[in-house]
Design a protein around this ligand. Structure first.
Ligand code: NDP
Length: 281
């Protein structure tokens, strides 16, 4: 499996699992847990959640899904900017650990840049690391200027989690290269365009028709994921709430896009020619 290596030397698979909007429905709960379990069994060790997702309901479900395999998981959660003060981060982290029913997070991210001085949030992250409650920290939704600010304050930011898919290529202008050069792994969120119109696009269907996986003919979701995963230093975290979708996403790792495929996709979704403000969901 393709991997990425974080600046602290930890290597993880480049395909992980997102968990926004899971844990909200009693009727879907068991299939959501089974999907995460299936992904873990297949080696998708990175699970991304956040205190904000369902006010802790996503963290609760993740905690249940990983209870007996915690050591195998690379667990990521996020603190919202309104909790990014020194004390706020400490309280939020302990709350997240309780929801997740675990003693540590592998990675703790600032969900987006808010009003708190980054220096204060970093101090909280570093102290949590010293206490053993987190093993590393990073940020999310940071553009180049934010990254430059954080890099001027610390050398320990492991990850920048940003929106990246065929419909949102703005980061290709500068941010992805900036992160690559500075040694920060880019975690691509919403790589499937949230399962919306992107997956209906004729260009994706055309490219899919040229590929096969061990599951059979490729589909647009697999092409969308293979496209995100084509870049070095990028870890994609699609959210899948069914075993079929998890299996499909895993099979995307079998697809190598050709120059002709990339040309078709570039024609439909042009790469940026100038700086764009960072898109966020
Ligand atoms: P995704 O792009 O991952 O799309 C998820 C949607 O795609 C769901 O509707 C899912 O359906 C569907 N899907 C999954 N696999 C397949 C497949 N193989 N074929 C067809 N459809 C499929 O959107 P998200 O916004 O959820 O992004 C992924 C993760 O990124 C989030 O869950 C979250 O962890 C993180 N995130 C972080 C943000 C941040 O600000 N840091 C913002 C947004 C997301 P189903 O559920 O039925 O399987």
């Amino acid at each position: 499996m393709k991997t990425v290596t974080l600046r602290n030397g930890v290597t993880v698979p480049a395909l992980g699992m997102g968990t926004w909007n899971i844990g909200d429905s009693a009727s879907r709960r068991s299939s959501e847990i089974e999907s995460l379990r299936k992904g873990l069994e297949a080696g998708l060790r990175v699970i991304d959640t956040a205190e904000m997702y369902g006010n802790g309901r996503s963290e609760d479900l993740v905690g249940e899904a990983i209870a007996d395999v915690r050591e195998e998981v690379y667990l990521v959660s996020k603190v919202v900017p309104s909790n990014a003060s020194y004390d706020g981060v400490h309280k939020a982290c302990r709350r997240s650990l309780k929801h997740l029913d675990t003693d540590w997070l592998d990675l703790y991210l600032l969900h987006w840049h808010g009003g708190t001085q980054l220096e204060e949030t970093i101090r909280a992250f570093e102290d949590l690391k010293d206490e053993g409650l987190i093993r590393g920290w990073g940020v999310s939704n940071f553009d180049v200027d934010d990254m430059e600010e954080i890099e001027s304050l610390s050398e320990n930011c492991l990850v920048n989690q940003v929106l990246y898919n065929l419909e949102h290529r703005g980061t290709e202008f500068d941010l992805l290269d900036h992160d690559l050069k500075s040694g920060t792994v880019t975690m691509a969120y919403s790589p499937l365009g949230q399962g919306g119109e992107l997956l209906e696009h004729p260009a994706l269907k055309e490219v899919a028709s040229r590929h096969e996986t061990s599951l059979g003919p490729a589909d647009p979701a697999q092409i969308a994921l293979a496209w995100v995963l084509r870049r070095p230093n990028v870890l994609a975290i699609p959210k899948a709430a069914s075993e079929t979708h998890v299996a499909g996403n895993l099979a995307s790792l079998e697809i190598s896009l050709t120059d002709a495929d990339l040309k078709t996709l570039d024609g439909a979704f042009p790469s940026p020619k100038r700086k764009l403000s960072l898109a966020m969901i």
